[in-house]
Design a protein around this ligand. Structure first.
Ligand code: FAD
Ligand code: THG
Length: 822
C-alpha cells in the first residue's frame, strides 16, 4: 500500500497559489515561490501598494537576530543575508549598523551572557562589551546607568517597505501578479481542500492559499474554518524632535539598533531624531474582526488600519526611562507617535504550515520583519518540496492542543507574551495563567503530596514532591548557582535515587498516545516507520517516523494490541497530523491522550509491587521487555507496556481517565510496604539522560538522521519499503556530526541546555539537553558536535564561563541493561 500524499504532486504546470496579504511576508513568499518555479502566484491585498496599511507599513525594522530559538535565529540570519543583497534604486534594503543590548542590572548582564551563548551556539557574531564601549557605540547614553552590553555587529535595520517592494518586483518579473485593493471575503473549498479565494473584485481559483494577512489572520482563518491562534496587540512607537546632538547627521542611521530591556524599550536613529518603541505599557489587545478597512480607516482619520492614536498616558513612564538613559532627551519631546498593531501568539512563535482541517490552506502568520525572509523560504520549500528544509516544529500550526486554541486562551497568552517580550525568562519558567488547564486524574493525590507543578502542553506536571523532602535530608547534592537552582529542588535527587533503589510512580498522562486501527493498520505503520513492526500481537517496538530525506520527524513506541489494533506512544500533535495525512482509507487514527491516563511504575521493586495486584504473569518470562498486555490491576482494566524511559524495571499502565484515581490509589496502597514514592519530571529527565534516551524535538529533529542522532538501531533497511528508507540507504554512520554525550568534569557544575560547546577554543556545536545525573554524580549533557573520540576534552560556556567537559561512552548507566531485562 503506498501512502497517500496530500501535498500536491509536482507537475510541469505550476499549481495556482493565492497569497492573502502583501506585507513583508506575502511579498517575500511570492519571491521565494517563484524562485522555485511556482510562478502562478497571485497576491491579493486589500490596501493600496506599496504601503497597504498593515504592520509592515510602519515597522521601524529593527533586526536583532539572536534568541533562544535556533530556528528563529536561522530565519533572522537568512533575512539579513537576503535583505543585504537587495536594493531598490541604489538603496540597500538593509542597513547593517549592528545591534547593542544594554544591561542596567546584574540579572540582565547575566542574561546578556546567556544571549551571547545563544549567538555562539547558532552562529551569530557577538560579544559582551563594557559600559565604556557601550558609550562609544552610542554616545548619547549615560554610561553610569549601564553595566555592560551585548554587541552584535551583523544586526541592523531592515527597510521593510523597500524590501517588500524589491521582492514583489522580482516575483512579478517571474510571473507573479499583485492585485491591490482586492479584499478577500471568502475561501471556497470542496472535499476538504481549498478551491478558490473570493474577493470583492471576483473569484480566484487556487490549488494553494496562503494566509499572510498578518494580524488579520484570524479573520481569514474564520473564512476557511481554521483556528489561527494569534492575538493582535497595539505597541507604542514614537519619534523625538530633531536633536541638536545629532545635528548634521546625513545617514538614516549610523549607530547600532539599541535595546534597553530592563525598561522594555528599544531605540533607533531616524537621521537626527530618535525612534523609540515601548513594551512597557499595559497590553492593548485589538479585535482583528473589528479593524477597519483601508478606506474606512482613512475616513476615520487614521493613517492606516494598523495604526491607532498614540495614548500619551501609556507613554509617560517610559519617557522618564528614556531620559534617564539618554540625558540629551531632557531637552527634547515626542513629536509624533502611534499605537501600532501586530501579532502575538501563545508561545511567541510564528504560526506556519498547512491546516489539517483544510488541505491546501497554509498559514504564514505572526511573523516579525526580522524573521520574514527565513519564514518565507521555509514555507515556500514546505509547499514545493513537502518539507520546510529547516526544523520548523516550534512554528508548526499543529503544535497547539485543542485546549490551547480557544479565543480566551489565545487572548490571555498573547497579552502575556507582550508583557514578557523582554523579560529574563528561565527555560523551565511556566506560564502563570490560565492554570490549571489540563490535569491528570492523579492531580488530587499529587496536590496532597505537595507536588511542585510546572506546565507543558497545557498539562500540570509535577516536577518533584515536597512529601519526599525527608528522603533528601542526608543526600550529598552539590549546591547550585541561583539560576540553575530555579525550578529545581534537591528533592529530585532523592526521587531519582528511590527510583533506582526501590520503586516510584510517575504520572505519564501527558505522553501523547494514538490508537491506530483498521485492516490496513499494520501495513500502514510498517510503511510509515523505520523499525520492523511485523510482530505478533503483544509486541512493542521502538521506531522512528522519518521524512523523505531520512530526517527524524518523531520517535514512537508502537504496541500491537490486536491484529488490527495498535497503541502508538508519540511526541507532538504534529505526529497525529503526519500520520493522518498519509493514512489510506480504512485506517483510523485517534488521539486518545485526553480521556485516558498513564502511570509509570518503575524501579527494582516494581514487579513486587504490581504482581500481587493481577492474575496475569508479570515475571520476566511471562511478560518480557517491550511486551504489552491488557489485564486488570485490582478493579482497574489496564493496558500494560513493559518499557521505561527511566531505564528501570517496570511498566507503563494505561487506563481510562475515570479509573485513574482508583489505579493510583491501588498502586499506592500496594506500594507502601515497598516504600513507593511519587516522583516528578525533574528526576525523570535526569534518569533518562543517564540512560541516553533521546527527547525528540530537543535532542533530535527532522534536521538529523537516525545514525548521527544515535538511534540507527531502530532502522531496519532490510524490512521492505518505508518512508525515508531510500534516503538512508548507504548513509549509516557517515556525516560529520554526532549527538554526543558529555559529562561535566566538575561534579558541582551544571548546564541547562542550548549552551555553546567549544572544541579547541572555537564554538563547534551546542548542548541539546542536560541534567544532573544523580547516579553518575556528574551533570550529563548531550550536544551536537563534530565526531570526537571518547575521552576528548571540550568546554561548555555557561554565563560566559568555560566549563570543562569530556566526551563519554553511552549509555552512562547500566549499559548491559541488567536492571531492565530481568
Ligand atoms: P502585514 O504587514 O500586516 O501584512 C498583512 C497584509 O494583509 C496587510 O497589508 C493587510 O492589508 C492584508 N490583508 C488583511 N486582510 C486582508 C483581506 N481580507 N484581503 C486582502 N488583504 C488583506 N518587527 C521587527 O522585526 N522589527 C521591528 O523593529 C518591529 N517593530 C514594530 C513596531 C511596530 C510599531 C509594529 C506595529 C510592529 C513592529 N514589528 C517589528 C512587527 C512587524 O511589523 C510585523 O510582525 C510584520 O510587519 C508583519 O508582516 P506581515 O506581512 O505578516 O503582516
Ligand atoms: N513511552 C511510550 N511511548 C513514547 C515514549 C515513552 N513515545 C515517545 C517517546 N517516549 C519515545 N522515546 C523513547 C526513547 C527510548 C525508549 C522508549 C521511548 C526506550 N529505548 C530502549 C533503548 O534505547 O535501549 C529500548 C529500545 C529498543 O529495545 O528498541 O526504551 O516514554 N510508551
Amino acid at each position: 500500500m503506498t501512502p497517500r500524499t496530500t501535498v500536491a504532486p509536482r507537475t510541469t504546470v505550476a499549481p495556482r497559489v493565492v497569497v492573502v496579504g502583501a506585507g513583508i511576508v506575502g511579498c517575500s513568499l511570492a519571491d521565494e515561490l517563484t524562485a522555485r518555479g511556482w510562478t502562478d502566484v497571485t497576491v491579493l491585498e486589500q490596501g493600496p501598494l506599496p504601503a497597504p496599511g498593515g504592520s509592515t507599513s510602519h515597522a521601524p525594522g529593527l533586526v536583532f537576530q539572536t534568541g533562544p530559538s535556533k530556528t528563529l535565529t536561522a530565519f533572522a540570519r537568512y533575512t539579513v543575508e537576503k535583505f543585504n543583497s537587495l536594493e531598490v534604486d541604489g538603496v540597500s534594503c538593509f542597513d547593517q549598523v549592528g545591534g547593542l543590548e544594554l544591561a542596567t542590572t546584574p540579572e540582565r548582564l547575566a542574561e546578556l551572557h546567556r544571549r551571547a551563548g545563544y549567538a555562539a551556539s547558532w552562529g551569530v557574531r557577538g560579544e559582551i562589551v563594557s559600559a565604556a564601549r557601550c558609550k562609544e557605540l552610542w554616545p548619547l547614553i549615560d554610561e553610569s546607568v549601564v553595566l555592560g552590553g551585548f554587541h552584535t555587529p551583523d544586526d541592523g535595520l531592515a527597510r521593510a517597505l523597500l524590501a517588500a517592494r524589491a521582492q514583489r518586483e522580482r516575483a512579478e518579473s517571474r510571473g507573479a501578479r499583485f492585485l491591490d485593493r482586492h479584499t478577500v471575503t471568502g475561501i471556497e473549498k470542496e472535499d476538504g481542500r481549498v478551491t478558490a479565494v473570493v474577493t470583492d473584485q471576483g473569484v480566484f481559483p487556487a490549488d494553494h492559499v496562503v494566509s499572510a494577512a498578518g494580524f488579520w489572520g484570524p479573520v481569514i482563518g474564520r473564512m476557511a474554518g481554521v483556528d489561527v491562534p494569534l492575538q493582535p496587540l497595539a505597541h507604542q512607537y514614537a519619534r523625538t524632535k530633531r536633536l541638536p546632538e545629532l545635528a548634521g547627521a546625513t545617514a538614516e542611521a549610523s549607530r547600532p539598533i539599541l535595546r534597553f530591556q530592563d525598561r522594555d524599550l528599544y531605540f533607533r536613529e531616524h537621521t537626527d531624531r530618535i525612534g523609540i518603541g515601548s513594551y512597557a505599557h499595559r497590553p492593548l489587545p485589538v479585535d482583528p474582526f473589528a479593524v477597519l478597512g483601508y478606506e474606512e480607516a482613512r475616513a476615520d482619520g487614521l493613517e492606516m488600519p494598523s495604526s491607532f492614536p498614540f495614548t500619551e498616558e501609556d507613554w509617560a513612564p517610559s519617557w522618564d526611562d528614556c531620559r534617564r538613559l539618554m540625558p540629551a532627551l531632557h531637552g527634547s519631546e515626542i513629536e509624533e507617535g502611534f499605537n501600532g498593531v501586530f501579532s502575538f501568539t501563545p508561545d511567541g512563535m510564528p504560526v506556519l504550515g498547512e491546516s489539517r482541517a483544510l488541505r491546501g490552506f497554509w498559514l504564514a502568520e505572526a511573523v516579525w520583519v526580522t524573521h520574514s525572509a527565513g519564514v518565507a523560504k521555509a514555507v515556500a520549500e514546505w509547499m514545493v518540496d513537502g518539507r520546510p528544509g529547516i526544523d520548523a516544529h516550534e512554528c508548526d500550526l499543529t503544535r497547539f492542543e485543542e485546549a490551547q486554541r480557544s479565543p480566551a486562551y489565545i487572548r490571555e497568552r498573547g497579552s502575556q507574551q507582550f508583557v514578557e517580550v523582554y523579560d529574563v525568562l528561565h527555560p523551565l519558567q511556566p506560564m502563570e495563567r490560565p492554570r490549571p488547564l489540563r490535569v491528570s486524574p492523579f492531580h488530587p493525590r499529587q496536590q496532597e503530596l505537595g507536588a511542585y507543578f510546572l506546565e507543558g502542553g497545557g498539562w500540570e506536571r509535577p516536577h518533584w514532591y515536597e512529601a519526599n523532602a525527608p528522603l533528601a535530608a542526608g543526600l550529598d547534592v552539590p549546591a547550585r548557582d541561583a539560576w540553575s537552582a530555579r525550578y529545581w529542588s534537591p528533592v529530585a535527587a532523592a526521587e531519582a535515587r528511590a527510583t533506582r533503589e526501590k520503586v516510584a510512580l510517575y504520572d505519564m498522562t501527558p505522553l501523547r498516545r494514538l490508537e491506530v486501527t483498521g485492516a490496513g493498520a499494520l501495513e500502514f505503520l510498517h510503511g510509515m516507520t523505520s523499525n520492523n513492526l511485523r510482530k505478533k500481537p503483544g509486541a512493542v517496538t521502538y521506531t522512528l517516523l522519518l521524512d523523505e530525506t531520512g530526517g527524524i520527524r518523531s520517535d514512537l513506541t508502537v504496541a500491537r494490541l490486536g491484529t488490527d489494533r495498535f497503541q502508538v506512544g508519540a511526541n507532538s500533535p504534529a505526529d497525529l497530523d503526519w500520520l493522518t495525512r498519509h493514512a489510506p482509507d480504512g485506517v483510523h487514527i485517534r488521539d486518545i491522550t485526553s480521556g485516558t491516563c498513564c502511570v509509570g511504575v518503575w524501579g527494582p521493586l516494581a514487579r513486587a509491587l504490581v504482581q500481587p495486584l493481577t492474575r496475569d504473569d508479570f515475571s520476566h518470562e511471562g511478560f518480557g521487555y517491550f511486551r504489552a498486555k491488557e489485564t486488570y490491576i485490582g478493579h482497574v482494566p489496564v493496558t500494560a507496556l513493559r518499557l521505561s524511559y527511566v531505564g528501570e524495571l517496570g511498566w507503563e499502565l494505561y487506563t481510562s481517565a475515570d479509573l485513574g484515581l482508583r489505579l493510583w490509589d491501588t498502586l499506592w496502597e500496594a506500594g507502601r510496604e515497598h516504600g513507593v514514592i511519587a516522583a516528578g519530571r525533574s528526576a525523570f529527565n535526569s534518569l533518562r539522560l543517564e540512560k541516553g534516551y533521546r527527547a525528540w524535538g530537543v535532542d533530535m529533529t527532522d534536521e538529523h538522521d537516525p545514525y548521527e542522532a544515535g538511534v540507527g538501531f531502530a532502522v531496519r533497511l532490510d524490512k521492505g519499503e518505508f518512508l525515508g528508507m531510500r534516503a538512508l540507504e548507504g548513509r549509516g554512520g557517515r556525516g560529520g556530526r554526532r549527538l554526543t554525550p558529555l559529562l561535566l568534569d566538575d561534579p558541582a557544575a551544571v548546564v541547562l541546555g542550548k549552551e555553546p560547546v567549544y572544541v579547541d577554543g572555537a564554538p563547534a556545536g551546542y548542548v541539546t539537553s542536560a541534567a544532573y545525573g544523580y547516579s553518575v554524580g556528574r551533570c550529563v549533557a548531550y550536544a551536537w558536535l563534530p565526531v570526537l573520540p571518547v575521552g576528548a576534552g571540550v568546554s561548555v560556556e555557561y554565563f560566559g564561563e568555560k566549563v570543562a567537559a569530556t566526551v563519554v561512552d553511552e549509555p552512562l548507566f547500566d549499559p548491559k541493561m541488567s536492571r531492565i531485562r530481568r
